[in-house]
Write a protein that binds this ligand. Structure first.
Ligand SMILES: NC(=O)C1=CN([C@@H]2O[C@H](COP(=O)(O)OP(=O)(O)OC[C@H]3O[C@@H](n4cnc5c(N)ncnc54)[C@H](O)[C@@H]3O)[C@@H](O)[C@H]2O)C=CC1
Ligand SMILES: O=C1[C@@H](O)[C@H](O)[C@@H](O)[C@H](O)[C@H]1O
Length: 339
């Protein structure tokens, strides 16, 4: 395989699928897109055309196709489980967009299937692990340059929420990134989640409680607060400040040139996640493809276990949101397979 291109099948041709298709076609070396599946065949065709691939309606046909060496799943989280199980059964590497699945029980079924197959095949698309600023923050924490970590202050702001976005989605669609980033940055599991909210912005749709503040506790006694604000109105912003015994480090501050023009000074704010994390997505997919061509998985990336642990935290978060109570995160013991 190493001298040949990795032939990729893409499942889901929405916003994220279209972005990954273009990425693989234009920027990823050693991989090419051969098929795109979406129940909406017109959408599949449009995306396939951007990358010289074929369009199909049935995702399982793409996963089973003999000219597909590896699969990218970019369909909604609620349909990930059967797609993942089909890819695992065929024994092909799969990069699955977050979330692995929407709840820990179904995530465990994916873990069991992968372990039964006897080979790590699944990577979850937690792209922040490939962001240069997050990587530097992790280095500072790992080397002890900040001293023992005490707190993380995080802000996750989206300019607008799409129609139908619910308060629960603020946890399992958005804060799921902070759940994964916290586990990865600290090398600790999450033990409990609490959620609080005050007034909602007038920009939020009816019924959406926005913003909210999520508190996370970890096995190492680190306290993490996350402002999740999905109608902040001004742009896309993801910040994280680590506070240690010997210093602090802040990432996600404003970047790029400071302009002085037209009687004003200032800089631009990224418009959305594709803009802010574009380079991280590129790195994630390139490393995934390189590892798949070697018959391996990228050990720096999020595994199915990481996807399960994030799903368990989401479940606790949604319960905490509904009850107003601190809710413990329930995790099974980590199988040696995921050590
Ligand atoms: N890593 C990140 O920052 C981001 C990740 N995502 C994730 O990417 C995935 C897709 O999200 P979007 O592209 O925003 O959604 P979207 O709604 O724009 O697109 C989803 C596409 O999947 C198709 N689809 C539905 N059921 C399907 C099935 N059974 N098989 C194949 N395709 C199916 C839909 O027809 C639609 O074209 C989700 O898991 C989401 O959480 C989304 C945005 C950012
Ligand atoms: O994953 C993502 C979206 O699905 C989610 O809705 C946004 O809140 C996140 O910022 C983005 O990274």
């Amino acid at each position: 395989m190493t001298n040949q291109d990795l032939r990729v099948g893409l499942v889901g041709a929405g916003k994220m699928g279209a972005d990954h298709a273009l990425r693989i076609h234009e920027r990823i070396s050693g991989a090419r897109l051969v098929a795109v599946a979406d129940p909406d065949l017109d959408r599949a065709q449009q995306v396939a055309d951007t990358a010289g691939a074929r369009a199909q309606q049935d995702p399982f046909e793409v996963i089973a196709a003999s000219d597909v060496d590896a699969v990218v799943i970019a369909s909604p989280g609620v349909v990930h489980e059967p797609l993942l199980l089909a890819a695992i059964e065929r024994g092909v590497p799969v990069l699955c967009e977050k979330p692995l699945t929407p709840d820990p029980k179904s995530s465990l079924r994916v873990l069991e299937a992968e372990e039964a197959r006897g080979r790590r095949l699944v990577q979850v698309g937690f792209m922040r692990r490939f962001d240069a600023e997050y990587a530097e923050l992790k280095r500072l924490l790992d080397t002890g340059e900040l001293g023992r970590p005490l707190l993380l202050h995080c802000a996750h702001r989206n300019p607008t929420a799409p129609p139908g976005f619910t308060s629960q989605m603020m946890i399992f669609d958005s804060v799921v990134h902070e759940f994964d980033a916290t586990r990865w940055l600290l090398g600790q599991e999450l033990t409990a989640v609490s959620v609080r909210a005050g007034h909602s912005t007038a920009l939020a749709a009816e019924g959406l409680v926005d913003p909210q503040v999520v508190s996370i506790e970890t096995t190492g006694g680190v306290l993490v607060d996350v402002e999740i604000f999905v109608n902040c109105g001004f742009g896309y912003q993801v910040r994280c400040e680590a506070v240690g015994e010997r210093g602090t480090a802040l990432i996600g501050g404003d970047r790029g040139p400071v302009l002085h023009r037209g009687g004003q000074w200032g800089g631009a704010i990224t418009a959305d996640f594709r803009d802010r994390f574009g380079a991280a997505f590129d790195r994630e997919v390139q490393r995934w493809a390189d590892a798949a061509r070697r018959g391996e998985v990228d050990r720096a990336a999020a595994s199915a276990w990481d996807g399960y642990a994030a799903a368990a935290a989401c479940e606790a978060g949604v319960q905490a949101q509904a009850s107003g109570q601190r809710t413990e995160v329930e995790l099974v013991d980590r199988p040696d397979f995921y050590a």
